[in-house]
Design a protein around this ligand. Structure first.
Ligand SMILES: CCCCCCCCCCCCC/C=C/[C@@H](O)[C@H](COP(=O)(O)O)NC(=O)CCCCC
Ligand SMILES: Nc1ncnc2c1ncn2[C@@H]1O[C@H](COP(=O)(O)OP(=O)(O)O)[C@@H](O)[C@H]1O
Ligand SMILES: [Ca+2]
Length: 556
């Protein structure tokens, strides 16, 4: 293999030990020089500097800056004594901030300070690393940030100001920050007012509801500008250009957890800074050719719809509302009758029970991306032929259901680290349709408990799962507009009876759909998955931390 020229290589001091520091092949590396063995080790990276070598890809460097040198230097928040001799021989220094991987997908920003014998060399190092960083065109420079001050435990503003803003400023990212004043503030601002040309991305600080606001604003704006009618379920939607970052500060934070692997504001901020990109499927939901909402995680009728409806009355409890409402809904044990029709996804690589996990660089999602670009070249005539073929493949199931769940992604979250559908993919253009038929409370509990263990939640006689591109649901008591009015007036009576007699079995006629944590107004819906309609500042869950990867060990 042809040897790449070194951009820079110098012997520099790090924690009073001499290191061979090299910038080559888009990687910054430093390794002990033989002479270093004779020096006394005194602390190091994260406090313990092991003998060996280290490397950081330039793509994971957050920033570089010249550092003032004192005979004492501050590193990792602690004052380190620098020997008078080192301060004398290496009086100039620069600090590199980089992504350091912790356990369980958690990222941290670490600093390493190199001491140089002269100012010109120090300046050359800083300039060369800065030039390399400028070549990374995928990194955002200007972001629009929305903070929901009332999401989760109402810590959104504090989380952003204390944990995220300092990192953005270290990475020279400028921001326009809007603290929302009402529900749908962010959605409406994005839909009509925001000057989106100014930004490289949009960040939301909050939960799944806040993310939902942002995608609704961005998708609607994109369709309007492209002349696409959102009310038409058959329309092919135009993908959004701007990437979205999620700083988790909500109650469930499922979208963050399922795309990053952890709900941690610092980790998410670092994924934004390094300019990661992860496409996401989006479901459009219609009722009688009227657009209702978009969903990227869970569309749940029956159990999850009822949990959400009940929990909305308990918002004051914060995230604990879901546990109380979950228990109550489980005990109530309502089932709902209706017809589910769906179009199975046949031309894809995965199945909902194949035990594969969607991970960073997922080949199933890459295959779908490739098909998507091929599809774009199809002419209208071909699309009509495909539509006719589709008509023959719809399947219909009429039954009594405890839950109907459509998961466009795994829906992993701290409550269920493997999620509602562990093998679902973030960007394959499909959703996993999970049908839980009427069964005993004990059986349903077995099914629910399996979301928290290694056991297969689909390996039960009353549960089935299908990977679908589209589906429809019609409740047995299907509401026309006049029936809907009737239902509205009758609802109070029904819900009164059922709340007073949770075990009486007088089931409400219809449940509600839980659409990424928002309640839908209609029970009869039709749903279509749009492959890779939006993009996140994320990369999917990483399989192994890089330091466990033999190809690029950070510490050997
Ligand atoms: C007896 C043990 C039962 C364990 C069952 C655990 C199953 C949990 C699966 C949860 C899937 C969550 C899918 C995501 C939903 C969110 O979009 C939604 C809104 O989130 P946010 O805006 O952050 O509040 N959250 C929910 O609907 C909560 C569902 C909780 C169900 C117990
Ligand atoms: N300033 C605000 N006042 C009231 N509601 C808001 C505000 N900003 C956003 N919301 C709404 O709050 C709801 C919950 O937000 P979210 O951030 O998802 O928190 P949680 O995860 O706790 O539900 C969403 O429906 C969102 O539209
Ligand atoms: Ca999917």
């Amino acid at each position: 293999m042809e040897k790449q020229p070194k951009l820079l290589s110098s012997q520099l001091l790090l924690k009073n030990r001499l290191f061979e520091v090299t910038l080559q092949r888009a990687t910054l590396s430093w390794k002990d020089t033989p002479a270093a063995g004779r020096r006394r080790a005194s602390g190091g990276i994260n406090g313990t500097l092991k003998v060996g070598s280290y490397c950081v890809p330039v793509s994971e460097i957050i920033a570089v800056r010249e550092t003032e040198v004192d005979s004492r230097t501050k590193d990792d928040g602690r004052w380190q004594k620098m020997s008078q001799a080192s301060a004398g021989t290496h009086p100039f220094a620069f600090t590199v901030s980089y992504v350091d991987r912790g356990s369980r997908h958690r990222w941290r920003c670490s600093d390493v300070t190199f001491h140089c014998p002269d100012g010109a060399l120090c300046h050359q190092w800083v300039q060369t690393i800065k030039e390399q960083l400028l070549l990374l065109t995928n990194r955002p420079k200007h972001l629009l940030v929305y903070i929901n001050p009332f999401g989760g435990k109402q810590q959104g503003k504090r989380i952003y100001e204390q944990k995220v803003a300092p990192l953005f400023s270290r990475a020279s990212i400028s921001t326009d920050v809007i603290v929302t004043e009402r529900a749908n503030h962010a959605r409406d601002h994005l839909r009509t007012d925001a000057d989106l040309k100014k930004y490289d991305g949009v960040v939301c600080v909050g939960g799944d509801g806040m993310f939902s606001e942002v995608i609704h604003g961005l998708i609607s704006r994109t369709q309007r500008e492209a002349g696409v009618d959102e009310n038409c379920p058959e329309e092919k939607l135009v993908p959004c250009d701007l990437r979205i970052g999620i700083i988790p500060a909500g109650s469930t934070d499922c979208i963050c957890y399922a795309t990053v692997g952890v709900n941690d504001p610092i980790t998410s901020a670092l994924h934004i800074i390094v300019g990661d990109s992860q496409a996401l499927d989006v479901c459009s939901v219609h009722h009688n050719s009227t657009f209702l909402r978009y969903s990227v995680s869970l569309l749940g009728y029956g159990f999850y719809g009822d949990v959400l409806t009940d929990s909305e009355r308990k918002r004051w409890m914060g995230p604990a509302r879901y546990d109380i409402s979950g228990l109550k809904t489980f005990l109530t044990h309502n089932y709902y009758e209706g017809t589910v029709s769906f179009l199975p996804a046949t031309d894809i690589l995965g199945t909902p029970r194949d035990k594969t996990k969607c991970r960073a660089g997922c080949y199933v999602c890459q295959d779908s991306e490739w098909r998507l670009s091929e599809d774009k070249q199809l002419c209208k005539l071909d699309e009509d032929v495909l539509d006719q073929e589709e008509d023959g493949r719809w399947q219909v199931i009429r039954s009594k259901f405890l839950a109907i769940n459509a998961a466009s992604m795994s829906c992993a979250c701290p409550r269920s680290p493997k999620g509602l559908s562990p093998a679902a993919h973030l960007a394959d253009g499909t959703a996993d349709l999970i049908l839980v038929r009427k069964c005993s409370r004990l059986d349903f509990l077995r099914h629910l408990l399996r979301h928290t263990s290694k056991d297969d939640q689909f390996d039960l006689a009353f549960v089935e799962v299908h990977r679908v591109r589209r589906f429809r649901f019609t409740p047995k008591h299907c509401e026309s507009d006049s029936e809907l009015d009737l239902k509205e007036s009758g609802k109070k009576l029904f819900s009164h009876i059922c709340r007073d007699h949770p075990a009486c079995g007088c089931a409400t006629v219809n449940s509600n759909w839980n659409c990424d944590g928002e309640i839908l107004q209609h029970a009869a819906i039709e749903v279509r998955v749009h492959c890779q309609l939006v993009k996140l500042f994320a990369r999917g869950i990483e399989e192994l931390p890089v330091f466990e990867d033999p190809c690029c060990p950070s510490a050997i």
